[in-house]
Design a protein around this ligand. Structure first.
Ligand code: TYM
Length: 334
C-alpha cells in the first residue's frame, strides 16, 4: 500500500460475559487477526452492551480482563491494533443517544436478538436491551469503519447501522462511512453440539453442547464425542445433515483442510471414527491459544496499560466524529 494512502478501518466488538466458545473464534476473532496487516483495526470489549443482562460486578471486571487476554492469545497484536473497553470511551454513549433519536421503535422491535433475549430473560426486558443495536451502530460509526467482521447473528444489526448512517448522511450531508459487514463463508454460525439447529451460545441451558476455549482437553474430546449427529452414516457437508456439517466445519477450521478433501478422507468411515479425529484436531488447534492465554492473563498490569493506551487512541478518533455530528445537528459550539 502507498504510504500516503490511508488504511481502511475495521471495527468489531465482543461482550465480556464469561467464557468464550469456539464460535467466537471462528465467526469473529480468527478474522480479526487476519485483518491486522492491511487495516487500521479497533477491537472493543463492549461492557456497556453486557449490562443489558444482569451482571455480577466482580465477574464483569474479571471477564473484561479475561477478554483482553483472549484477544492477545488469539493473535491480536496491541502494537498494530487498538484494543479498548467501550465504557472507557464515553463518545459511544453520546453518539448512541443521538442515533436513538433517529431510530424508529419498529426498527428495534424487529431485531431477532431483542426478541430472543426478551424471551430468555422475561423478568428483565429493559430499554437498554431494546436499544442495544443503536449503541452497536454508534460503536461502528464513530470510527468511520469500512468493514465489520462478525458472525452471521450480527447481520441484522449491521443492516440497521447502515440504514442509520445513510439516514443521517442524507439529512445532514456526508458524515458517516456506510460500513460493510464481513461474515466469513465458513464458521459464521457454529451450532450447539447437542442441538445442531441452534447457534452455539454461552448462555445455552445445555452447556455440554458448547465448546469453551478454556475447556480442558478431556472436556473438549468428550463434548465432541457426545455430539448429536444425523441419521445415516456418511460424512457429508449438507444442509440436511446439520450435526455432521457442524463437525466438518470445526475440523476444517482446526486443520485448514478443504471441505471436499475432508469428505473424501472420511468416505466410508463411520461417525465414531470421524468424531475422534475432530476431537483430536480441535484439541491441538486450541492448545497454543490456551498456553498463551494463561501467560498473558497472569499479567494484569500489562493488560490494564494496553487498555488505557487503546482508549486514548480511540477517544481521539471517536471525539472527532462526535464533534462533527454535534455541529451538524445544531448543538451550540463555544
Ligand atoms: P457477541 O459478544 O455475542 O459475539 C462476538 C462475536 O462472535 C460471533 N459469534 C459467533 N460466530 C459463529 N458462531 C457462533 N455460534 C457465534 N456466537 C457468537 C458474533 O457474531 C460476534 O461477531 N453485538 C455484538 C457485539 C458488538 C459489536 C459491536 C460487534 C457490540 N458492538 C460493533 C461488531 C461491531 C455481540 O453481542 O457479539
Amino acid at each position: 500500500m502507498d504510504a500516503n494512502q490511508k488504511k481502511k478501518v475495521i471495527l468489531s466488538g465482543m461482550q465480556p460475559t464469561g467464557g468464550l466458545h469456539i464460535g467466537h473464534l471462528t465467526g469473529a476473532l480468527r478474522n480479526w487477526v487476519e485483518f491486522q496487516d492491511e487495516f487500521e483495526c479497533y477491537y472493543t470489549i463492549v461492557d456497556l452492551h453486557a449490562i443489558t443482562v444482569r451482571q455480577e460486578p466482580a465477574s464483569l471486571r474479571r471477564w473484561t480482563l479475561d477478554l483482553a487476554a483472549t484477544f492477545l492469545a488469539c493473535g491480536i497484536d496491541p502494537e498494530r491494533s487498538h484494543i479498548f473497553v467501550q465504557s472507557h470511551v464515553p463518545e459511544h454513549t453520546q453518539l448512541a443517544w443521538v442515533l436513538n433519536c433517529f431510530t424508529g421503535m419498529g426498527e428495534c422491535s424487529r431485531m431477532t436478538q431483542f426478541k430472543d433475549k426478551s424471551q430468555k430473560y422475561p423478568e428483565n426486558v429493559n430499554v437498554g436491551l431494546f436499544a442495544y443495536p443503536i449503541l452497536m451502530a454508534a460503536d461502528i460509526l464513530l470510527y468511520q469503519a469500512d468493514l465489520v467482521p462478525v458472525g452471521a447473528d450480527q447481520k441484522q444489526h449491521l443492516e440497521l447501522t447502515r440504514n442509520l448512517a445513510e439516514r443521517f448522511n442524507h439529512q445532514y450531508s456526508e458524515t458517516f462511512k456506510v460500513p460493510e459487514p464481513y461474515i466469513p463463508k465458513v464458521g459464521a454460525k457454529i451450532m450447539n453440539l447437542q442441538n445442531p439447529t441452534k447457534k452455539m451460545s454461552k448462555s445455552d441451558e445445555n452447556l455440554s453442547g458448547v465448546l469453551f476455549l478454556i475447556d480442558d482437553d478431556a472436556q473438549i474430546a468428550n463434548k465432541i464425542k457426545r455430539a448429536v449427529t444425523d441419521s445415516g452414516n456418511e460424512i457429508l457437508y449438507r444442509e440436511d445433515k446439520p450435526g455432521i456439517s457442524n463437525l466438518i466445519t470445526l475440523f476444517h477450521i482446526a486443520t485448514n483442510k478443504p471441505i471436499p478433501e475432508i469428505e473424501q478422507e472420511f468416505n466410508g468411515k463411520g461417525y465414531g471414527e470421524f468424531k475422534k479425529a475432530v476431537a483430536e484436531a480441535v484439541v491441538e488447534f486450541l492448545r497454543p491459544f490456551k498456553m498463551r492465554y494463561k501467560e498473558i492473563r497472569a499479567n494484569e498490569d500489562f493488560l490494564k496499560e494496553l487498555l488505557k493506551k487503546g482508549a486514548e487512541v480511540a477517544r481521539k478518533v471517536a471525539g472527532k466524529t462526535l464533534q462533527k455530528v454535534y455541529r451538524k445537528i445544531g448543538f451550540l459550539q463555544l
